[in-house]
Ligand binder design. Structure first.
Ligand SMILES: Cc1cc2nc3c(=O)[nH]c(=O)nc-3n(C[C@H](O)[C@H](O)[C@H](O)COP(=O)(O)O)c2cc1C
Length: 411
């Protein structure tokens, strides 16, 4: 797998935590310090969750630490189901100690003695490497009972996902670990209050956790000085095989997308008309529009798109956007957990409209389609079916010319 850092500081890809001795030194520093001081550092780094929603990590840990309950959990979300995303896989396989260290620090701060890594079953090598790292750390008394002779104990286990996209959504993920059907839950209560086995739980993405060692080792400022207050630090970005230099790159937040596409990815191997950034729920952005943006969560959202987890899928000039929307509806109808009917039925009805357009048996009833998109956006329980209208609306807005023969304007 091609991977490289184009960041001013190699927070995620540096080899500053690659041995058990380095891990031991970092853990003993944390255990000597006041928990509040460590939490303050994480908060002041302005680290925001890398799993898609971008919730401030320090705030999440603080909320969980305030719960007056004896049993708490830390869950690492390594279900990485977004199309074109393989940055979590890179971290699990190349930087496993950073991920586990992030979980251990979180456990220490919130008062938990148990962590679970939920790793997708399609990543057997990641599972093997993380399992090996856990065993080595246990042998070195850096996991398990009374870590380094203190009264802090913490064990970690792996739960293997079975290939459902919805299992990456935190409430469905929790249900899946518990052995229940992976359905989304109504929130509140949020997992920090009532999560795994109804106990306070922090669920964090792999990349979020992997940023913790650098933040603690080099200070909050090292991280927050890159990018800006709301989009701080570096981000792993995955470029797909239509780039001349595909791969996973560590890039400073705030870097112009134009640079990422043309200099880092070295442009495309064939003509590309749009990029879908941030997985199947992320925006579909015409090349001209994406070149106006910087790598920044807020900028993407303001422009009507979503940076999400940072995967980039290129849509070739020759690929029909009618087919692309059909694929998006098919994806959400296949992967919907089925709990809410705007998601379960809405995505299926959308797929039907595009089935009929593709087999030329009916034109797309545009008024009905727009009403369907609003209903799904407003009525769905989670972002799987609730955010799929984002890329679909982007396509309808920017690629109208591709639909002129397939649309029924009066229905
Ligand atoms: C349908 C769906 C799939 C998701 N898949 C993932 C995933 O694979 N990995 C992940 O970390 N977060 C995923 N999320 C976001 C999680 O629900 C959650 O916000 C995240 O794990 C929190 O971690 P963070 O604060 O570190 O970002 C998904 C959300 C939705 C709605």
């Amino acid at each position: 797998m091609y991977s490289k850092s184009f960041a001013t500081k190699t927070i995620l890809m540096g080899d500053d935590l690659s041995s058990i001795d380095q891990f031991k030194e970092l853990v003993s520093n944390v255990l000597k310090k006041d928990k509040k001081e460590t939490l303050k550092t994480v908060t002041e780094s302005n680290l925001c969750g890398r799993g898609g929603a971008g919730f401030p990590t320090g705030m999440k840990w603080n909320l969980c630490s305030q719960q007056k309950v004896e049993k708490k959990y830390v869950v690492c979300n390594a279900d990485e189901g977004d199309s074109g995303a393989y940055s979590d896989r890179y971290l699990l396989e190349e930087q496993p100690l950073k991920v586990i260290f992030g979980m251990l620090v979180c456990a220490y701060i919130i008062g938990s003695d148990e962590g679970v890594l939920y790793i997708r079953g399609e990543y057997p090598k990641s599972i093997e490497i993380i399992n090996g790292a856990i065993n080595e750390l246990k042998k070195a008394n850096l996991l398990g009972k009374n870590i380094l002779g203190t009264n802090f104990s913490c064990d970690m286990t792996i739960c293997i996902g079975q290939g459902a996209y919805i299992c990456g959504e935190e409430s469905a993920l929790i249900a899946s670990i518990e052995g229940r059907r992976a359905e989304v839950d109504v929130r509140p209560p949020f997992p920090v209050v009532e999560g795994l086995y109804k106990k306070p739980t922090v669920v964090n993405n792999v990349e979020t956790l992997a940023a913790i060692p650098c933040i603690l080792k080099f200070g909050a400022k090292t991280f927050s000085s890159v990018g800006n207050a709301k989009s701080a630090g570096t981000k792993l970005v995955c470029l797909d095989s239509l780039f001349k230099k595909p791969g996973v790159y560590e890039i400073d937040m705030g870097t112009p997308m134009k640079k990422i596409i043309n200099e880092i990815g070295e442009g495309f191997v064939q003509p590309v008309k749009a990029l879908q950034v941030g997985g199947p729920l992320g925006g579909v952005i015409p090349i001209k529009e994406v070149e106006k943006l910087n790598l920044d969560f807020q900028e993407f959202t303001k422009a009507g798109f979503m940076l999400g987890h940072g995967s980039v899928v290129s849509i070739p000039e020759s690929f029909s956007m009618v087919k692309y929307i059909h694929h998006l509806f098919k994806f959400s109808s296949d992967e919907s957990c089925g709990k809410c009917f705007p998601g379960r039925l809405g995505s299926y009805r959308g797929k039907e409209m595009f089935d009929q357009a593709l087999n030329k048996s009916n034109k797309i009833p545009i008024k009905l389609l727009n009403e369907l998109l609003v209903t799904m956006k407003k009525g769905c329980l989670c972002a799987l079916c609730g955010a799929i209208p984002v890329p679909i609306s982007n396509i309808l807005k920017y690629f109208t010319h591709e639909f002129k023969d397939d649309i029924n304007q009066s229905a």
